[in-house]
Design a protein around this ligand. Structure first.
Ligand code: TXA
Ligand code: MG
Length: 318
């Protein structure tokens, strides 16, 4: 389609002019706008149909570029940043006055990330402002991991989709902040808890659900990341029909036609399964099944992030 392309300069110009542009990242595609321009940011909320109570992540080319936008950078989080940036880590840090209130939905902390995708980095390097970007999907649905997924959801609603190929990680960033001296994980993501704990030399606290009734992150909402087709965890007890689709981790556990089945990683690799997960859900949605069944993953490393997303997606239909 005409609004998909690889022209970084064109994307940069549109962003300078206050438009939204879909951008590739190593996690999922983002719907980006000038993070210092309130009017541009409003276009993100409008296009995504996302409530303004839901704050946005600011993306920067370097750690140094973040400094004017924050008041403090606790040592433990600096340690994580120097280990995982550029990469799929988002940190919640005390915001400075430079961050518009609409970015943080009035929160004292701003979410910041230095991404790894080369095309996104090149784009950020051409700009003098950070990019606010949520995942480039309508509120509540599955994140896009290919330019075509963005196109399917938004069509011509976005002036430009910068095509950076298939996202390497395929799951959103891991979101981390501090509460007093404790490191807290607010959203499981592309960096597994095990890797965080190894760098910190301590176990982080995991707080990925509603906090005292207050929603901190939209990804913490129970019904989220859902396909349009009803999704259920696979269980041999179900009575299946030819109108059901199946997604398995490493091997086909059903005796049915191959069009009905997607196996995410034939050699049982969680990294590959994570990278393929959202594309598989998008694909099954397109095939028009009545129901999709997906196997639960081993609850370790990225399997834990995948199970988190699937629990939220299946909750919508349970
Ligand atoms: O991998 C990612 O993080 C992708 C790419 C595009 O960077 N972005 C992404 O954004 O997943 P989004 O908006 O779909 O999810 C970001 C989450 C939301 O659940 C939001 O509520 C939370 O981060 N968040 C953002 N700013 C926050 C803040 N100041 N305090 C608490 N939560 C925040
Ligand atoms: Mg999202």
């Amino acid at each position: 389609m005409s609004n998909i392309g690889k022209e970084i300069a064109q994307a940069a110009q549109l962003l300078k002019d206050g438009f939204c542009v879909a951008v590739p990242t190593e996690t999922v595609y983002g719907l980006a706008a000038d993070g210092t321009n309130e009017e541009a940011i409003l276009k993100i909320f409008f296009t995504k149909q996302r409530p303004q109570s839901n704050p946005l992540i600011l993306h920067f080319p370097t750690i140094q570029a973040i400094e004017p936008f924050i008041e403090d950078f606790p040592e433990k989080l600096q340690k994580l940043a120097s280990f995982f940036w550029p990469g799929p880590l988002t940190l919640l840090l005390p915001k400075s006055a430079l961050v518009p209130a609409i970015v943080t939905a009035g929160n004292e902390r701003v979410a910041v990330r230095v991404p790894k995708h080369p095309m996104f980095r090149e784009l950020l390097a051409q700009l003098t402002f950070p990019l606010a970007a949520p995942s480039a999907n309508k509120y509540g649905s599955i994140s896009p991991t290919q330019a075509a997924h963005v196109q399917q959801q938004f069509g011509e609603e976005i002036p430009y989709i910068l095509d950076g190929g298939t996202c390497e990680n395929g799951l959103e960033s891991t979101i981390i902040g501090m509460e007093n001296e404790t490191v807290v994980v607010y959203r499981l993501g592309s960096i597994p808890i095990e890797a965080i704990a190894e760098v910190l030399k301590e176990e982080p606290l995991i707080s990925t659900n509603h906090n005292n009734g207050k929603v901190l992150a939209s990804g913490m909402v129970k019904h989220h990341y859902a396909p349009n087709t009803p999704l259920y965890f696979f269980d041999e007890q179900f009575t299946f029909t030819p109108n059901d689709g199946f997604i398995f981790f490493e091997k086909n556990r059903m005796n049915c036609s191959s069009e009905q089945v997607i196996v995410l990683s034939k050699n049982g690799n969680l990294t590959d399964a994570a990278a393929n997960l959202y594309a598989a859900l998008h694909q099954m949605d397109k095939q028009g099944f009545q129901r999709i069944f997906i196997e639960k993953f081993p609850n370790v490393d990225l399997g834990r992030t995948i199970n988190d997303r699937l629990s939220r997606a299946t909750a919508k239909y349970s």
